[in-house]
Design a protein around this ligand. Structure first.
Ligand code: GLC
Length: 467
């Protein structure tokens, strides 16, 4: 570099390098490695580019039921770390606008990282720095144990409202007697499929077993490629080395009778059923699934499926409303079903879901709590179910006929076994345990020896049990 290069250019180049490293998904850093990101950096780097996609809302967001109480904090400014996949970002914007208009509390919506593992690392940095830059945040169902010390106990303000939500979720969000987050929406893994293509290739319905799925996907893929769509693939899912792969792998293993990696106080990841199902998944890569599936997250799978280039997809409920949008090429030609299982085994779906919490380092906790009260209210949950297919966490709303019409799969999934990731067995070590799982499974997908790799995962997991 010439000695005359102005200092601001050098700074600009350094900044670009850092930015490129972030965009390329640099490995999550060890705790304490980095300063807390500023919210501007986060928004710029991690915004998902979907912002132009317009949500078709049949009705505007509901008015704020707690507007009167919340107006006491009018003029306060809060930062909310919100959704970034599917229609979630625009739905958040609309709700934040409504809240600001009704209460005078200004809400800045920041898109959280789409990748749950990266999102975890980002929050870790905020918390370690005791940063007041985030007031309200979305929290994954597997995080309460790890983040409880950094979150406000919402029980005094929202404990009563929490009683209307499913007890198991409230329990999950209660750590040492403190309600550290309010349930916001539920999630479970589902199989999306193309109704038109099943008909075209003479299949009477979606596959019940993984073997059937493998064969159907191959037939449809071969046919569509012959018909001129060279990009067409049979089955898309989440195969990147991150939290989503732990969810996919749990479904394969549990639906093959292989347990849930850790059962009780035993690490059970290594067993013949787990080995067999992982061998099958390995065989999908480069056959019915693209080679690149080993780098896929939720939105990569959704883009392939919603773009009309895949016969089957594993994803969460949010992809349902997104696929039904007017401009979606598959708007009227897809449906959902429980994920397949092995012959004679139960159909399962991994439990996911998100909560809203308030940072203990927030300077505006009262205003933040009022925002959470609104966002988790029955009114907002009903609205979000119908515009975004978000699964309500309030018991009565799950039975509401209008909600059941908007998300018909709720009834269809009543008998599906909801499998949970081993977060209660690993507590605050969960992220490390999941990392051991998804790194091993990703290695297997890339061609690694199944038994050997599971053996290594087994060892890593042994040291992470909390009992
Ligand atoms: C979904 C689930 C969440 C899970 C994540 C993995 O967002 O709700 O629980 O951890 O996907 O990618």
């Amino acid at each position: 570099m010439s000695r005359k290069t102005p200092i601001f250019l050098i700074l600009l180049m350094l900044f670009s390098l850092v930015l490129a490293a972030c965009v390329n998904g640099a490995e999550p850093t060890a705790p304490g490695d980095e300063p807390a990101p500023t919210t501007d950096e986060v928004a710029e780097v991690e915004g998902d580019g979907d912002a132009e996609e317009l949500v078709e809302v049949s009705a505007p967001p509901p008015p704020v039921p707690n507007a009167e109480a919340a107006s006491a904090y009018s003029g306060a400014q809060i930062r909310y770390y919100g959704d970034s996949v599917g229609l979630g970002a625009q739905i958040d914007d609309l709700l934040a606008e409504q809240f600001s208009a009704d209460t005078g509390i200004q809400v800045t919506v920041i898109r959280k990282p789409q990748d749950a593992t990266e999102n975890y690392a980002t929050y870790q940095r905020f918390f370690q720095a005791r940063s007041g830059d985030v007031d309200v945040m979305m929290l994954d169902v597997i995080w309460p144990a790890a983040f409880a010390p950094h979150l406000v106990d919402l029980a005094p303000e929202l404990g009563e409202a929490a009683q209307a939500h499913f007890e198991t979720i409230v329990e999950n969000n209660t750590v040492d007697g403190r309600l550290i987050a309010m349930p916001w929406f539920g999630d479970f893994g589902m199989l999306y499929y193309r109704t038109d293509l099943l008909e075209k290739y003479g299949f009477a319905g979606p596959p019940a077993t993984w073997q059937e799925l493998t064969e159907m996907a191959q037939t449809i893929q071969d046919g569509e490629r012959n018909d001129g769509n060279a990009q067409f693939v049979g089955f898309v899912w989440q195969g990147a080395a991150y939290e989503g792969l732990t969810c996919n792998a749990l479904e394969w293993v549990a639906s093959n009778g292989g347990g849930r990696f850790i059962d009780g106080d035993q690490v059970t990841i290594m067993n013949p059923e787990a080995i067999a199902t992982l061998e099958l998944a390995q065989s999908w890569v480069g056959t019915i699934s693209p080679q690149g599936v080993t780098g896929y997250r939720e939105e990569d799978a959704r883009q392939a499926f919603q773009g009309g280039n895949a016969a089957f997809m594993r994803n969460w409920p949010y992809a349902y409303a997104a696929g039904r949008q007017d401009d979606s090429p598959i708007r009227d030609v897809f449906a959902v079903a429980p994920l397949p299982s092995a012959e004679g085994q139960e159909r399962v779906g991994t439990v996911g879901g998100w909560q809203l919490g308030v940072s203990a380092y927030s300077q505006n906790q009262e205003a933040a709590i009022e925002f959470v009260r609104y966002m988790t209210s029955p009114e907002v949950q009903t609205w979000r179910a119908s515009v975004g297919s978000y699964v309500p966490t309030i018991v009565d709303i799950s039975d509401d006929p209008a909600v059941l019409e908007a998300i018909p799969f709720l009834e269809q999934f009543q008998d599906v076994v909801r499998v949970t990731r081993p977060s209660s067995e690993t507590g605050a070590n969960y992220n490390e345990a999941s990392t051991a799982i998804f790194q091993s499974v990703n290695r297997i997908l890339l061609g690694g020896n199944v038994e050997q790799t599971l053996g290594q995962a087994e060892q890593r997991l042994q040291g992470l049990l909390i009992q």
